[in-house]
Design a protein around this ligand. Structure first.
Ligand SMILES: C[S@@+](CC[C@H](N)C(=O)[O-])C[C@H]1O[C@@H](n2cnc3c(N)ncnc32)[C@H](O)[C@@H]1O
Length: 221
């Protein structure tokens, strides 16, 4: 089942109108800190679901990894390659448009329509603002779908946030530690790498009156 038309239009409209407060122009410090735990062999295939135009994609590629992102919004992917100063080769792969340059490929389309038999399996998955971008019913199907892309000895580096849900509905949605354990613990090892209250959160929270957000990082697998 694909993303609902309402959610799909919501994301495409955000990109069209430039309402992308989730985007950051620097490499994510958590990825930098834990990339050796994520890829203990030092090299691998990395999957970045719901990748937006994250600069982490180019950084992972420059580190010598083979990187595949998937993103609904064509505008995000156009901007990504423009900002990287690269001219990707564009092909059609079923329901997806593939944009490829060097070791980086971004598939434009709905993650829920992507088949792991087509992409192959990955050594690592980098989930920043992906699980938390989905509403609860979509998270329940996202996790088993995501696991289909992971090698049996692979790892997921996951960032979650949780907050007072009476103040904000999301996205980003609040995902607490219990939910992370519920999704993954029965099949994969779940290790909390770090966690702490951010008292200076992104404007998308402060605009809703939230001045405290719990941020947690998990290594799964
Ligand atoms: C909160 S943003 C995070 C982007 C990126 N991970 C980052 O850290 O900047 C979520 C992104 O997921 C995309 N998205 C939402 N649902 C999707 C789906 N089902 N398949 C592919 N992309 C999706 C949206 O267009 C948006 O760019």
């Amino acid at each position: 089942m694909t993303l609902s038309p309402k959610d799909r239009d919501g994301w495409l409209t955000r990109w069209r109108e430039g309402r992308i407060q989730f985007h950051v122009d620097t490499v994510n410090p958590i990825l930098d800190r834990y990339v050796d735990r994520l890829l203990p062999e030092g090299f691998g295939r990395v999957f970045v679901p719901l990748c937006g135009k994250s600069v982490d994609l180019g950084w992972l590629d420059e580190q010598g990894h083979e990187v595949v992102g998937v993103e609904l919004a064509e505008k995000a992917v156009e901007d990504l390659f423009k900002e990287l100063g690269r001219n990707p080769t564009i092909t059609t792969q079923g329901a997806f448009q593939s944009c490829r340059s060097d070791g980086l490929e971004v598939l434009v389309g709905d993650l829920f329509e992507l088949d792991a038999e087509v992409t192959g399996k990955f050594d690592a998955i980098w989930d920043r603002a992906a699980l938390v971008a989905l509403r609860p019913s979509d998270r329940d199907r996202y996790v088993p779908h995501l696991r289909e892309f992971l090698q049996s000895n692979g790892h997921i580096l996951l960032c979650t946030i949780s907050y007072d849900e009476s103040k904000m509905e999301g996205p980003p949605f609040s995902v607490c530690a219990d939910e992370v354990h519920r999704h993954f613990e029965n099949i994969l090892r779940v290790e909390k790498l770090e966690g702490g209250i951010n008292t200076n959160p992104n404007p998308c929270f402060t605009e809703s009156g939230l001045d405290r957000v719990l941020e947690e990082t998990w290594l799964i697998g």
